[in-house]
Design a protein around this ligand. Structure first.
Ligand code: NDP
Length: 444
């Protein structure tokens, strides 16, 4: 049996009931076959893949807090410090009822390669909790965040592990966590990114993931003799990534016509009303059902259905496994040319295979959404320097990083005879740098 197959088998055996983690490992290791097979014996002897798929450290803890009725609630907190070969652990904190160890491990594993692709010195980690901020009062969210950090602060720090936002963790949650960290440690340091501008945050961090997604998509189109100008774009999600993907798509001359949340989706043939979307989601924290109050001619549908709308470019920006094989078939039938993942692993393996087999230009999340973590690393640099850069400076650096990233994954794919297979290109390019650093540092 090949070393890749052996390791996949061990991961499934050793980590039962973690299907998302299995999925992420399979996807990465399968596309690394050409690299591993060229050095099979050395990889096996050094147990390199075994070390890559085993997190350096996993922290699981109790998070007790008191709700507004005086009732004590107990959630579970996680931080998986996956790989620190190229820098301090870096990756977001997800607050969502679906969070469990397998989900955090899949996200942490992906993060290792994504962070490597940014070209910046950051290792991979991820964390979060099964706490649901939706429908909670500000005081309840604060109580949870303070309790969460009261345990987590022991394991994080500006030079060891720097968490950030993710689903359910926005500026409000990061603020409460930062305040509690400072109170416990007395340190005013860049231990979290995604901070508010008044206390060490970076301009353009909020926009970075969505903007970065569009910068890399535009670069890929440019290299294929095309551009976003005049293209119809379908987007899922209505959170941080989706909102700023929609904003940049408009700026580049595209027309985004959909968005969605976990209850339903909007189709606005005239183009999404960005101001309305921001007011509903960022100010009111409300549901998309409200969108029709702003745009009576738009359609609102319950459930899912974004991928049924005819378009040129599809940008899944909500959550994992939200685009399945049937959706992929619909996209191909409707003439979509590009799928670029704003979310982490939003496309199932079967759907990814189908899209690639049918000539769709497919950009995987670990490359396409790396603008968020890259700008988080820029926030760390500004914190270390005790300086703040302008929006234009950060945005220009972000664009440069995404353009370089595209050429890096394109070259890696081509080197192994896999032109335009950006899944393989991203995995190979991300992996080679991490492995090089691991080899240099010995068996640790
Ligand atoms: P937000 O919480 O801001 O938004 C998430 C959006 O997705 C919301 O519209 C939410 O709807 C929807 N959603 C979440 N879970 C589900 C679900 N199970 N079914 C259907 N819809 C769902 O998160 P972000 O925009 O920050 O993150 C979106 C994705 O992008 C995630 O995969 C995240 O890991 C990834 N990502 C985020 C980065 C960032 O900088 N924020 C960086 C890189 C990747 P509702 O409000 O109804 O729950």
């Amino acid at each position: 049996m090949s070393y890749v197959d052996e390791v996949i088998e061990r991961v499934v055996e050793k980590n039962p009931s973690q299907p998302e983690f299995h999925q992420a490992v399979r996807e990465v290791l399968n596309s690394l076959r050409p690299v591993v097979e060229a050095n099979e014996e050395k990889f096996r002897k050094d147990a390199l893949l075994d070390r890559i798929v085993n997190p350096e450290r996993q922290i699981i803890f109790r998070v007790p807090w008191v709700d507004d009725k005086g009732q004590v609630q107990v959630n579970t907190g996680y931080r998986v410090q996956f790989n620190s070969a190229i820098g301090p652990y870096k990756g977001g904190l997800r607050l969502h009822p679906s969070v469990n160890l397998g989900i955090i491990k899949f996200l942490g594993f992906e993060q290792v390669f994504k962070n490597s692709l940014t070209g910046l010195p950051i290792g991979g980690g991820k964390g979060g909790s099964d706490f649901d901020p939706k429908g909670k009062s500000d005081r309840e969210v604060m109580a949870f965040c303070q309790s969460f950090i009261t345990e987590l602060f022991k394991y994080i720090g500006a030079d060891t592990d720097v968490p950030a936002g993710d689903i359910g963790t926005g500026a409000r949650e990061i603020g409460y966590m930062y305040g509690q960290y400072k109170r416990l440690t007395g340190l005013y340091e860049g231990v979290l990114t995604g901070k508010g501008l008044s206390y060490g945050g970076s301009l353009a961090r909020k926009e970075a993931t969505g903007y970065g997604l569009l910068y890399i998509t535009e670069e890929m189109l440019k290299c294929h003799g095309d551009s976003l100008k005049g293209k119809t774009v379908i987007v899922s999600g209505a959170g941080n990534v989706a909102t700023y993907a929609i904003e940049k798509a408009f700026q580049l001359g595209g027309k985004p016509v959909t968005c969605s949340d976990s209850t339903g989706w909007v189709y606005d043939p005239d183009g999404i009303d960005l101001a309305a979307l921001k007011e509903i989601k960022e100010v009111k924290r409300a549901r998309l059902t409200e969108y029709k109050n702003y745009r009576p001619k738009a359609e609102y549908h319950e459930g899912r259905g974004v991928w049924s709308v005819k378009a040129d470019v599809a940008l899944p920006c909500a959550t994992q496994n939200e685009l399945n094989l049937d959706d992929a078939k619909m996209l191909v039938k409707n003439g979509v040319k590009v799928v670029a993942e704003g979310a982490n692993m939003p496309t199932t393996q079967e759907a990814t295979d189908y899209l690639q087999e049918n000539g769709i230009l497919f950009l995987p999340g670990k490359a396409a959404n790396a603008g968020g973590v890259a700008t988080s690393a820029l926030e760390m640099s500004q914190n270390s320097e005790r300086l703040s850069w302008t929006f234009e400076e950060v945005d220009a650096k972000l664009k440069g990083i995404m353009v370089n990233l595209y050429h890096n994954i394109d070259r890696a794919a081509e080197k192994y005879g896999l032109k335009d297979n950006f899944v393989a290109g991203a995995n190979i390019a991300g992996f080679e740098k991490v492995v090089d650093a691991m080899n240099a540092q010995g068996i640790v």
